[in-house]
Design a protein around this ligand. Structure first.
Ligand code: FES
Length: 133
């Protein structure tokens, strides 16, 4: 998964589903935005790049929301995404589980870009069906 940047290529249009303002996710932080199917999309900014993941822990079939309170997606170190149900940790950039009950599994990516109006958007054509596990 490649992270999105705040520098929008010319060809990027304002067609994708809007998650929220790019400035609302500061470096080293994560936020959850309502996605097109009602599940949240986790957006993490790291070293100026944005990474998007479906808020759905792969531990159990059907997925489980990962935060124990609003936007609490990172572990205590801020280095990993964490599922607070059973403590699984996930690499922010690849979505791979690195510790806990989900080893061998990964988060489902949400392909992001930042449009010229500075909104974080899902790539156009990315439907809720495509972002299901
Ligand atoms: S539901 Fe996420 S680690 Fe168990």
């Amino acid at each position: 998964m490649t992270g999105a940047t705040d520098a929008p290529p010319d060809e990027q249009s304002a067609q994708g589903f809007v998650l929220g303002p790019a400035a609302s996710v500061e470096d080293g932080q994560a936020r959850g935005f309502p996605g097109p199917d009602g599940r949240k999309i986790i957006v993490v900014r790291r070293n100026g790049r944005l990474f998007g993941w479906i808020d759905s822990c792969p531990h159990f079939e059907g997925g489980t929301p990962m935060a124990w309170k609003t936007d609490a997606y990172l572990d205590g170190t801020g280095q990993y995404l964490a599922c607070h149900s059973h403590g699984a940790l996930f690499d922010i950039e690849t979505g791979a589980c690195v510790l806990g009950a989900c080893l061998g599994k990964s988060l489902t990516p949400a392909r992001l870009y930042v449009s010229q109006d500075h909104q974080i958007r899902l790539e156009s054509g990315q439907t809720s069906r495509e972002i299901e596990r």
